[in-house]
Ligand binder design. Structure first.
Ligand SMILES: NC(=O)c1ccc[n+]([C@@H]2O[C@H](COP(=O)([O-])OP(=O)(O)OC[C@H]3O[C@@H](n4cnc5c(N)ncnc54)[C@H](OP(=O)(O)O)[C@@H]3O)[C@@H](O)[C@H]2O)c1
Length: 230
């Protein structure tokens, strides 16, 4: 048995790593989970526990939850390959695979609510795209909007366990590593938002900690996006 307070799915990089560090700074014991989490030097440097865990491996979930009975907070911030594209071009099979993330999140929420007796909060990361309508975003828009509605509907159903969403705009994380036109994407985002800047992972992490720790927040969608949704 382990005495973790927080599980961060996708906790080895970007927003998840920053939120693991934020919870840890606030004296909560964190377990970061991702496919290669044990290789993260940042987690080691910050003294944060890690296990290699693929959220799609649903058979591993019961054992994980049985061995972490003290968990109070769950953060869902894994990243799946984003199938951008116009409807006329996208591969619908790829879109279906992408939506595995949604069902997997629902499964984690269901099993965690059923078995973690001390669970207080669940925080999901969606995105500003849920409020924007742009060509080529249909898959990602559907995912972000669905995640928002998961939180709003389940907030009513699973209370007193709380469930909230943090919805970032563009955030400078390893998600963009290796993307050839990264500079162009960042420049276009900066030009399009009122604050003319790209977000940082620690700014999102502070909001994640805030919604998780605020005992009167549930069903909230917090936009941290430089004004991208205005
Ligand atoms: N960055 C942005 O601009 C932005 C904007 C809006 C929303 N978001 C959303 O925020 C979330 C986090 O994004 P990020 O920018 O922090 O991405 P990131 O830096 O690429 O981190 C993604 C994390 O997910 C983990 N992961 C991927 N597949 C997994 C799987 N099957 N099982 C377990 N863990 C898995 C990765 O670790 P492993 O590779 O070790 O598995 C990594 O820890 C994503 O849902 C993303 O869509 C990001």
């Amino acid at each position: 048995m382990n005495n973790y307070d927080v599980l961060v799915f996708g906790g080895s990089s970007g927003i998840g790593l920053a939120s693991a560090i934020e919870f840890n700074k606030n004296n909560l014991s964190v377990l970061a989970l991702s496919r290669n989490a044990t290789a993260s030097d940042e987690l080691k440097t910050n003294g944060i526990a890690a296990i290699n865990y693929n959220i799609l491996d649903i058979e591993a979930l019961p054992t994980l939850l049985q061995t972490t009975p003290s968990v109070k907070h769950i953060v869902l911030t894994t990243r799946f390959p984003l199938p951008w594209g116009l409807l006329k071009d996208i591969d619908i099979c790829e879109s279906r695979n992408y939506f595995e993330q949604l069902w997997t999140y629902l499964l984690v929420i269901k099993e965690a609510c059923n078995s973690l007796k001390r669970l207080e909060s669940i925080t999901i990361i969606s995105g500003a795209i849920s409020k924007n309508n742009k060509a080529g975003t249909i898959n990602v828009k559907l995912m972000a909007s669905s995640l928002n509605e998961v939180a709003r509907t389940l907030a009513v159903e699973i209370a007193p366990i709380r469930i909230n969403v943090v919805a970032p705009g563009l955030v400078d994380t390893p998600l963009y590593d290796g993307i050839i036109n990264k500079d162009q994407i960042f420049d276009e985002f900066k030009a399009s938002v009122p604050l003319h800047r790209v977000g940082q992972a620690d700014e999102i992490a502070k909001a994640i900690y805030f919604v998780a720790s605020n005992k009167n927040m549930t069903g909230a969608i917090i936009h941290i996006d430089g004004g991208a949704t205005l």
